[in-house]
Design a binder for this molecule. Structure first.
Ligand code: ATP
Ligand code: MG
Length: 436
């Protein structure tokens, strides 16, 4: 016999994770909670492709940003029969894709749109806790509304979400707010900022030196500890805002104040993407180290035009699902593990056709019931029933089956007696197994 070479098992790409049970149940729990809140604000679901033309992100996010410069998975597709190959990228965020879709399908013609999405995003970052190469976001985008009320609305929505998840404001998360004004105001501020950066040129790291002229605002976003004092002392954009920007910002603040939403002003909050203007905000936590931003967003009135649509105001945010789950775990919010209503204990394979038909009747009536038939003993099946968290064991023993009966054993109530029911009448007694 020739010796077969043992094949090495393959592994997932670094920084890209499998999400398996029981962890996947936490994801579903989180998504359900989020959908329930989104629905109360009238947001509708959108799903766009994971792969988009690279140009969409270069134009949308901005060329001089971490994402486009260093983090994007961009590639050339295979050439078509004319030898032309498309430049494509895995989406690093979803706002640009949503805006593209809205323009492409003329969705912004009549009235505003309130949208939400869930999905994977891709960035080639250094993998660590709370930072992955494939990660997931829930996000909202409200397009076609220019008033400060909509900025406030998405913040209220985010805040409700965090509260309903059990996160306490001030203790677990806090909201930071800034106003980036309008392009003219940023130009005036930029001059003062560049002068400040030039005065500290010797101190600047490589990234900051490079960005000092191409995108000086982004230098304020630096996480380099050595640059924090310099960045804190930099001229503040808030001091360069004109009347209209201030009125908008104060409008947002008035609503948040009236609703009792606490926030702090952070003049260095500029966000990592180029498309923002006016209101920007982040929810941050100090429980996840330097992966402390769980949600970030703001207004992006210029993006729709930038991507070829009619000028349309817009505001939104993106929330990191992995970071939310890590934070919830960190602060001890644990969803109850999902358990079936019932677990079928079937000692002999002989009765399986009859048993499986009975289970179908139960499932048709809304009962969740699992079955692991096989060689295992009654004892081990009862053990599994118990571990599954099921409220009842349904025992289909040989004696029972010959009489057309099933024994129902309550597993969670101390001292509750076992009783029997007729298998063929399952539709009639199925409700007894629900909401145990
Ligand atoms: P950071 O400053 O931590 O790099 P960011 O500003 O790049 O975050 P955004 O582009 O605003 O993040 O994305 C919105 C949210 O998505 C973030 O607040 C964070 O919760 C999450 N997120 C961003 N990048 C990652 C990543 N690589 N892995 C996991 N979650 C991420
Ligand atoms: Mg980042």
């Amino acid at each position: 016999m020739t010796e077969q070479k043992k094949l090495q098992p393959l592994q997932a790409v670094k920084g890209m994770n499998d999400i398996l049970p029981p962890e996947s149940a936490r994801w579903e729990w989180l998504e359900d909670k989020m959908r329930s809140v989104l629905q109360r604000y009238g947001y509708q679901n959108v799903r766009t492709p994971i792969v988009e033309p690279t140009a969409l992100f270069v134009r949308g996010i901005g060329e001089v940003t971490d994402i486009v410069e260093k983090e994007m998975y961009a590639f050339e597709d295979r050439a078509d029969k004319h030898g032309q190959a498309e430049h494509l990228a895995l989406r690093p965020e979803m706002t640009a894709g949503v805006v593209r879709a809205m323009i492409e399908h003329s969705f912004l013609r009549d009235s505003g749109r309130r949208l939400y999405y869930f999905g994977p995003m891709f960035r080639r970052e250094k993998p660590q806790k709370g930072r992955y190469r494939q990660f997931h976001q829930m996000g909202v985008e409200a397009l076609g509304f220019h008033g400060p009320d909509v900025d406030a609305e998405v913040i209220l929505l985010g805040s409700r979400l965090l509260r309903e998840l059990g996160l306490k404001d001030g203790e677990h998360v806090r909201l930071e707010l800034n106003c980036l004004g309008a392009p003219e105001e940023r130009r005036a501020h930029r001059e003062a900022l560049v002068a400040h950066l030039e005065a500290h040129k010797a101190l600047l790291d490589e990234d900051s030196q490079r960005r000092m002229y191409t995108n000086p605002l982004r230098v304020l976003d630096t996480k380099n500890p050595a640059l924090q004092d310099m960045a804190n002392a930099a001229p503040k954009l808030l001091d360069f805002l004109g009347e209209a920007s201030l009125a908008h910002f104060n409008g947002v603040r008035a609503i948040l104040d009236a609703a009792g939403i606490a926030y702090s002003l952070n003049p260095r909050l500029v966000r990592g993407l180029d498309y923002y203007n006016l209101t920007v905000f982040e929810w941050v936590t100090d429980k996840l180290g330097s992966q402390g931003t769980v949600c970030g967003g703001g207004r992006y009135d210029g993006l729709i035009e930038q991507l070829g649509g009619k000028p349309t105001p817009a505001v939104g945010f993106g929330m990191g699902m992995e970071r939310m789950l890590l934070l919830l775990e960190e602060v001890g919010v644990a969803p109850a593990a999902p358990a079936p209503d019932a677990y079928a204990v079937v000692p002999s394979a002989k009765g399986l056709p009859q048993v499986m038909v009975a289970l179908e009747a139960l499932r048709a009536a809304g009962v969740s019931v699992v079955l692991h038939p096989g060689q295992s003993s009654m004892k081990s099946q009862f053990k599994k029933a118990d571990a599954s968290g099921a409220a009842y064991a349904l025992v289909f023993g040989e004696d029972e089956l010959t009489q057309g009966l099933v024994s129902i054993k309550p597993l969670r109530s101390e001292g509750a007696a076992q009783y029997t029911r007729r298998i063929e009448a399952a539709a009639e007694w199925s409700a007894e197994l629900l909401n145990a």
